[in-house]
Design a protein around this ligand. Structure first.
Ligand SMILES: [Fe+2]
Ligand SMILES: [Fe+2]
Length: 378
């Protein structure tokens, strides 16, 4: 384990000695669990930074080519997600990642119509973490839309987040598209009976695979609200939903999951065009269930490995992130809402080539690089 008092020489020697061993370790990491992956990533990030072997702030700027494919009339918004900020002064790496994402988005020309923040602004829901996040996101030039993640919520059950950002679920209309923002990380009360403190509750939820918690859900209150919200909307109006967890069931042990997903999907079924964008999974992720297209957002903090089972056939997997490169698999991105209401999804991976999953590919099921298409006729 990296220690602060290691000399640069000692670290360099350890790097040299471990080069053979490391190539074997990289291969073994292809199938390791998430804790081992994170431990190794953080260990090597620390060693490398201390030895000045890689710059702490090693990004590349990616310019996204964008063009409306169906006659224009569309628009674009950008996103930044899953920043997982610690208290001020505690983790400069994550702060620098946010600053870079804000800089990239602010450099877009023309500017996006708005910027979505996809949740998990904070790491442990502390007021200082959330305030720092607000301060950093205040630098975004375009209007900002916020959704909440579980890391923002379970210390004080959303009190500070709501004070800073307002309602955790709402809807708005923009250029003919109806947008819905949901809090999809509602959990049933697992803490009162057990007498967990707020800090314990937050730590249990933050450890995604801690089975003492409940699965995420949208919950009855929001489903009732959503039902009445959508009653006002014509079925031909394109719908875009923002949630933190995927609004389908991917992998329960990691809470890559929304427990009432089918009930929420049923409320969206009558609409011609529906897109769901979610954070939380920190990876390039694509799915389609009947009329609903789903896209996962990249994180600025770290990439999760793919779940060992449940991965949708529509997903074009990005390379397994290199655990020795602290920014591999991280990024920001943009969403092109076409005039048809469908979306092309652009991923700006900071250390790989940018990727795009187009609406046409997803609608046809023919997505280059995906495992296959076995869904229903569309
Ligand atoms: Fe996250
Ligand atoms: Fe999350």
């Amino acid at each position: 384990m990296y220690r602060n008092n290691l000399t640069k020489k000692e670290i360099e020697r350890r790097f040299a000695e471990r080069s053979d061993e490391d190539s074997a370790r990289i291969r073994s990491l292809l199938n390791c669990d998430r804790r081992q992956f994170l431990r190794t990533s953080l260990e090597f990030a620390g060693m490398a930074a201390a030895a000045s072997l890689v710059p702490l702030h090693s990004f590349q700027l990616v310019n996204v080519a964008h063009a409306a494919e169906d006659g224009g009339g569309g628009f674009r918004f950008a996103y930044i997600s899953d920043t997982h900020l610690y208290d001020r002064g505690m983790n400069h790496r994550f702060v620098k990642a946010v600053l870079k994402a804000v800089e990239d988005v602010n450099a877009m020309d023309p500017q996006p119509d708005f910027v979505l923040f996809g949740g998990d602004l904070a790491q442990l829901g502390k007021p200082g973490e959330l305030s720092l996040g607000k301060q950093l996101l205040n630098e975004v030039r375009a209007p900002l839309k916020m959704i909440v993640g579980e890391h923002d919520w379970y210390l004080d059950l959303g009190e500070k987040w709501r004070e800073l950002f307002g309602r955790d679920y709402y809807s708005f209309d923009h250029k003919g598209v109806h947008f819905v923002v949901l809090n999809s990380v509602v959990e049933k009360d697992f803490w009162t009976e057990k007498g967990y403190t707020p800090e314990e509750r937050m730590a249990i939820v933050a450890g995604l695979d801690d089975s003492r918690q409940s699965p995420f859900e949208v919950g009855e209150e929001q489903r009732d609200w959503l039902r009445s919200d959508l009653e006002q909307v014509n079925r031909k109006t394109p719908i875009v939903v923002f949630s933190h967890s995927p609004l389908y069931k991917l992998y329960r042990p990691w809470n890559f999951w929304t427990d009432d997903a089918e009930e929420v999907q049923a409320l969206l079924r009558r609409f011609k065009t529906v897109t769901v964008l979610h954070g939380h999974t920190h990876q390039l992720l694509t799915n389609r269930i009947r009329n609903i297209h789903f896209h996962g957002l990249l994180s600025t903090a770290w990439p999760w490995p793919y779940a060992p089972e449940g991965l949708p056939n529509y997903t074009v997997q990005m390379n397994r992130a290199d655990p020795f490169d602290q920014f591999d698999g991280c990024g920001d991105g943009s969403v092109e809402v076409l005039a048809s209401g469908r979306v092309d999804k652009h991923y700006n991976l900071w250390s790989q080539n940018p990727r795009t999953v187009t609406a046409a590919q997803l609608a046809s099921g023919k997505i280059p690089g995906a495992r296959g298409y076995d869904g229903p006729a569309y």
